[in-house]
Design a protein around this ligand. Structure first.
Ligand SMILES: Cc1cc2nc3c(=O)[nH]c(=O)nc-3n(C[C@H](O)[C@H](O)[C@H](O)COP(=O)(O)O)c2cc1C
Length: 349
């Protein structure tokens, strides 16, 4: 088990010109649950996968197993925590480590009102000493790496000074990995969704951070959608984290495997689909998980291909079907195949 985890951690890094890079799929609430991560793992053996943010309180008071259980196939998998109480975070990190997560990440980038009410997420960046205390407490309680995901700044604070002050304070704990969403967050006036689009991206600042802190691992996040985008960022950072594009167009992960990791044995979409059908069947058997909870993450599997819209439309109907009805996958795939065959026939005519 330990050997497998180590091997996966090594495999998940790409060496280019003697330097290692990491590609990861971002933590996304309501999206990157264990079914989604299992699906992504089938497409990409190497991407590092993140959980949705789990609050330290949820781990303290909630149904732990439901929240934290994951499939061994998901490694390397990072548990993202939210909170601002060092003792609670330290305890939650330990629970995460005992569950087998490979790394713990602290969310210092979420601007939602709910998160602000709990005084964590992006608003914590205003007080880097509190973050440093939290990180130190977590690092003191676990042997696995503890990392931070943050924005470049918040509100009216000047981007560069704010970010440098933040990093200088937090790195004193020994934390050496920062995943930086390359835009600031406005804590008032913008919704979380707007905060992912409206503040402009500032990749050069993140690249500068890497130059000025060469011993830190700096992963850039925000707006990466294609292999070309990602390849352009790799020489300036230690890796790229991909959020929405991985969810909406998951096959980009296969393109990354092929073009960036040089992996020539990527499964076909049909193989991924067949595997997911068996997985959904098993999930229903083991946990009574309805098929819709699995299929909802697969809407983008045929994105951009003939029949992709039919696929999506049919999967959209999953909530109306019996909870164990996996035939929806065959039906949706038949529609894709038909669209594909029709196009081929038209092109041949
Ligand atoms: C639906 C959704 C939920 C998100 N939830 C989280 C979260 O739980 N924790 C976090 O740090 N970021 C969260 N994010 C932000 C992403 O991790 C990422 O930083 C952001 O989407 C920018 O990357 P992208 O442009 O590649 O999507 C979420 C984003 C989306 C779209």
């Amino acid at each position: 088990m330990v050997l497998r985890k180590v091997t996966l951690a090594i495999m998940s890094k790409l060496e280019l010109s003697g330097k290692y890079f990491e590609i990861s799929v971002a933590p996304m609430m309501d999206w990157t649950d264990r079914h989604c991560r299992y699906f992504h793992r089938l497409i990409s053996p190497r991407a590092v996968l993140y959980t949705e943010m789990v609050t330290a309180n949820a781990i303290k008071f909630g149904e732990r197993d439901r929240i934290l259980h994951f499939n061994d196939a998901e490694h390397p998998v990072v548990l993202q925590l939210g909170g601002s109480n060092p003792d609670d975070l330290a305890a939650a990190a330990k629970v995460g480590e005992d569950y087998g997560y490979d790394e713990i990440n602290l969310n210092c980038g979420c601007p939602s009102d709910r998160v602000q009410e709990g005084s964590f997420g992006a608003c914590l960046m205003k007080d880097p000493n509190v973050i440093a205390e939290c990180i130190a407490a977590m690092m003191g309680n676990v042997a696995i790496p503890v990392t931070v995901k943050c924005r470049i700044s918040i509100d009216d604070f000047p981007d560069e000074d704010f970010l440098y002050d933040f990093i200088n304070t937090v790195k004193q704990t020994g934390c050496n990995t920062f995943i930086i969403h390359a835009r600031k967050a406005w804590l008032k006036g913008l919704s979380p969704k707007e905060n992912r689009d409206i503040p402009p991206l500032n990749y050069p600042l993140v690249y500068k951070v890497k130059r000025d802190f060469p011993n830190l691992k700096i992963i850039i996040n925000g707006g990466f959608e294609t292999v070309d985008n990602i390849q352009a960022a790799l020489p300036h950072t230690d890796g790229v984290m991909i959020g929405r594009a991985a969810y909406h167009t998951p096959w980009v992960l296969a393109d990354i495997e092929q073009s960036i990791f040089g992996n020539d044995s990527i499964p076909e979409r049909k193989h991924v689909l067949e595997h997911m059908k068996l997985y959904a069947q098993q999930q229903y058997k083991d946990f009574e998980t309805p098929v819709k909870s699995v299929s909802r993450h697969m809407m983008g599997l045929f994105h951009g291909l003939p029949g992709g819209r039919h696929w999506r439309r049919i999967l959209n109907d999953a909530p109306k079907r019996a909870p164990d009805d996996v035939s929806i996958f065959d039906e949706a795939y038949d529609a894709v195949k038909k669209a594909h065959d029709n196009l081929a026939a038209r092109e041949a005519a």
